[in-house]
Design a protein around this ligand. Structure first.
Ligand SMILES: NC(=O)c1ccc[n+]([C@@H]2O[C@H](COP(=O)([O-])OP(=O)(O)OC[C@H]3O[C@@H](n4cnc5c(N)ncnc54)[C@H](OP(=O)(O)O)[C@@H]3O)[C@@H](O)[C@H]2O)c1
Length: 255
């Protein structure tokens, strides 16, 4: 959601800041007190709304100055999921097999791109989406080795599909970026023993993940999707600056 769409915020104070900057809060709007006076427009296609109102930003709250070289709605879309590519960068090592479940979505696309960079030419990046159009787009962008058209909630199908393309090795690192429930088990089954799973999806159930891994006797490291990593906003915006293909896709979808 673009926030604030019309108002200008100065920081840290007028006395210390001669120019007024447009900023975006990096704290989830689900924990930012909002006083909304009017909803101006709902943009279903880019998951954003324009509103009039006020947000309460606490002193400890993270924020980023909106860049001048990227359209505002595109920057806001990127900043919404900036933690995902930053955490992917930390987790993926050269030569690894990386599975991105929900790889056709907003955070998923950034993670696929980041995983490709980090895993390098000897690594293998696998994207999963149940939709043919998303798989086709993943292939066209060229950062995945395999785009698997599988429903993430069908755990056995995800495992079998990943096992087939990895010759039974499964994924070293799995990044879960879906927007639906019940995908924990597919992530667990498709990850190798000793591998890592980063549950960025807010639909993740701690209970399903913890009991699921225990239930199938899978010793995997599971990470809660902390949306914050130091420097994550700049990191994510820089991905757009370095990749014309990524920038063109995000500008087409979110500008
Ligand atoms: N941890 C954090 O700090 C943080 C911050 C922001 C967001 N999130 C969460 O991250 C998740 C992804 O956010 P996003 O903005 O990237 O969402 P998004 O753009 O909607 O991406 C989610 C993707 O999952 C796909 N999908 C839907 N059903 C699926 C299925 N059964 N199997 C596989 N893929 C499926 C969606 O396809 P369609 O779009 O075609 O349905 C979409 O491509 C959400 O749960 C969001 O709440 C977490």
């Amino acid at each position: 959601m673009p926030w604030p769409p019309k108002c200008w915020a100065s920081w840290p104070s007028a006395a210390r800041c001669t120019t007024r900057e447009r900023i975006a809060t990096l704290v989830s709007l689900s924990l930012t007190p909002l006083h909304l006076e009017r909803i101006q427009a709902v943009h279903l296609e880019r998951d954003q709304i324009d509103v009039e109102g006020q947000a309460v930003l606490f002193q400890t709250g993270l924020f980023a100055k909106l860049p001048h070289d990227i359209p505002e709605t595109t920057a806001l879309a990127i900043l919404d999921v900036a933690g995902a590519p930053a955490q992917t960068a930390r987790l993926v090592q050269p030569g690894q097999t990386v599975l991105v479940i929900g790889g056709g979505g907003k955070s998923g696309t950034l993670c696929v791109y980041e995983a490709r960079k980090r895993a390098g030419p000897t690594g293998c990046v696998i994207g999963v989406s149940p939709f043919a159009k998303d798989c086709e787009r993943m292939r066209q962008l060229g950062w995945v080795d395999h785009a698997l058209q599988v429903d993430a909630t069908d755990a056995v199908a995800v495992m079998n599909a990943v096992a087939t393309v990895t010759h039974g090795r499964l994924a070293d690192v799995t990044i879960n970026c879906v927007n639906i429930q019940h995908s924990e088990m597919g992530s667990i089954l498709a990850t190798r023993e000793g591998g890592k799973i980063y549950f960025f999806s807010m639909a993740t159930s701690f209970t399903a993940a913890a009991l699921g891994a225990e239930g199938v006797g899978k010793d995997v490291e599971m990470l809660v999707g902390n949306g914050y990593a130091r420097g994550h906003a700049d990191h994510a915006l820089n991905l757009l600056r370095e990749s014309p293909a990524l920038r063109s896709l995000f500008e087409r979808l979110y500008a």
